[in-house]
Design a protein around this ligand. Structure first.
Ligand code: 5GP
Length: 115
């Protein structure tokens, strides 16, 4: 089994965090150092270190993560204005926590990066 990170403790409610949604597959919580007015992390409950460890059988899980981000953006009222979904992978991609996570950034006009 892959090594656990602080995210597994958050998922198991062992340390305090601002959890916005949870089911058998995924947990959504607020980023501790928000880079936008709204900055949530959508995380699979099972430890998958990064995109590199995803397998064909994880397609539904990834789809659920994206659809959950969309649903939350709609519920929070900023979906129509737009938002950003980001997955960092590995050292060069800037991934700090080796437990796959989808960043949902929004609630304001975001600075364009990489243009
Ligand atoms: P990465 O760089 O791996 O794509 O993103 C990791 C994110 O996790 C960062 O935005 C960072 O602020 C957030 N983070 C790191 N440690 C914690 C923590 O203990 N609690 C929460 N809620 N977020 C964390």
């Amino acid at each position: 089994m892959a090594d656990e990170t602080i995210f597994s403790k958050i998922i198991r409610h062992e340390i305090p965090s601002d959890i916005r949604y949870q089911d058998d597959d995924i947990t959504v919580f607020a980023d501790i150092a928000p880079k936008a007015k709204v900055h949530l992390l959508i995380v699979p409950n099972r430890v998958i270190p990064s995109v590199n460890e995803l397998e064909d059988g994880d397609a539904a899980l990834i789809g659920k993560m994206v659809l959950t981000a969309k649903r939350i953006a709609k519920e929070m009222g900023f979906a129509e204005n737009g938002y950003r979904l980001v997955i960092n992978c590995g050292k060069d991609g800037g991934q700090e926590v080796p437990h796959l996570h989808l960043h949902l950034l929004g609630g304001e006009k975001l600075r364009i990066v990489g243009a």
